[in-house]
Design a protein around this ligand. Structure first.
Ligand code: FE2
Length: 377
């Protein structure tokens, strides 16, 4: 194994950070049927109804549902007519993440700093206001058609953003204990990983904290490479994958083929009780990748003693990995839309700051079994 831990400054120098990020503000998915997707995210994933924008709020072109769960905000947007950019995006990519919005103190400054360093413009700083105050948003492109929108909301007291009203509904299933976005992974074309690593370093002031090569992440058939980028305070982490040469098509290749380009592969959401969260998800119909039962027979020898009973993890398919700082528990859903593209990871960290390298092989073999069933291996 040749994972290299690179030099994240041990003491975060706040004054030197030209792109201070307070956290993930929201994730916006362009989907073909926001109304039905919102129902899925509530019923299956435990999101709560938060805000709405559409015909009833004077928005004639799009309909957006905003859902929340603890610190996570998800926006689902569909067009209300043909010929829109949102519709074209959905036609090309299927359902997927368009916006990873970052909460900042000053959206104009964040935009200017990024543009000065070479970012591709998406949205000039724009002030939006209503009776609850104002927000300033600005945006830049990252890989593929994905954008980062900087959100400055310290002068706003409304439910979400100007133009949205509270979403009132009698149907409010319970939360399943999801807390915040732990990391968001992008898949990029062969040869582009270092370009996007450089983008996050130079334009966003991120540092590379981990790197995996094809020796770390390979099965009999396929391989991939990955580098993990983190912002200065460590709240935002973006691993970036690129395919590597293998005997057969890798999961990243399959994604790139069906997404028709680079985009978000998975969103990892944190819980502080993964057994409870995954039990609820399964009961509500979520499907997960399943590793062979033999994984659990070898588990304690690999990761040592953990707080959880391994026999409770086995039927749920929850995976465990350990690093120098502690351990983590994780599980991956199957893809959640028509195309075999985006999926979710549920993660509980117990000290570990890594991404589950010890599970990569078992996991990718499970992914390949799914790929094979789709005729894409
Ligand atoms: Fe992940």
């Amino acid at each position: 194994m040749n994972t290299s831990e690179l030099d994240l400054p041990k003491v975060y120098d706040k004054a030197a950070d030209f792109m201070p990020l307070l956290g993930t503000d929201y994730l916006e998915l362009y989907v073909s049927n926001a109304k039905q997707a919102a129902h899925y995210y509530k019923s299956v994933m435990g999101f709560q109804s938060m805000a709405y924008s559409g015909l009833e709020t004077g928005q004639r072109d799009f309909e957006s549902y905003v859902l929340s769960q603890d610190k996570i905000r998800l926006v689902l947007t569909s067009p209300l007519r043909s010929g829109t950019d949102v519709g074209r995006h959905i036609d090309k990519h299927g359902d997927g993440v368009k916006v990873n919005a970052l909460w900042v103190a000053d959206a104009t400054r964040a935009y200017n700093e990024a543009i000065k360093r070479g970012a591709k413009h998406y949205m000039a700083p724009t002030r939006e206001e209503d009776e609850n105050g104002y927000v300033v948003r600005s945006g830049i492109y990252t890989y593929g058609e994905v954008v980062h929108i900087f959100v400055e909301r310290n002068n706003y007291n409304g439910i979400f953003l100007p133009g949205f009203k509270k979403w009132e509904t009698a149907y409010n299933p319970d939360s399943i204990g999801l807390k915040f976005v732990d990391h968001m992974v992008g898949n990029v074309e062969l040869g582009n990983m270092n370009k996007w690593v450089k983008f996050y370093e130079e334009v966003m002031g991120f540092a590379q904290i981990l790197s995996f090569d094809d020796k770390d992440i390979s099965t009999e058939y396929s391989a991939l490479m990955s580098k993990v980028m983190s912002n200065g305070n460590g709240r935002i982490k973006f691993p970036i994958n690129e395919p590597a040469e293998g005997k057969k098509k890798s999961q990243v290749d399959e994604y790139l083929e069906f997404y028709e380009g680079e985009g978000v592969q998975h969103i990892a959401v944190a819980t502080d009780n993964i057994i409870d969260t995954v039990t609820k998800l399964k009961n509500r119909g979520m499907e997960f990748l399943q590793v062979p039962d033999s994984y659990y027979d070898a588990l304690e020898a690999r990761v040592g003693k953990i707080d959880e009973d391994i026999e409770a993890l086995r039927p749920l398919g929850i995976l465990v990995d350990r690093d120098e700082e502690g351990y983590l528990l994780q599980i991956f859903t199957k893809t959640v839309q028509a195309r075999p593209t985006m999926f979710f990871e549920i993660i509980q960290r117990k000290g570990a700051t890594s991404f589950g390298k010890g599970n990569f092989k078992a996991l990718f073999e499970a992914l390949e079994r799914e790929q094979d069933l789709r005729g894409n291996l």
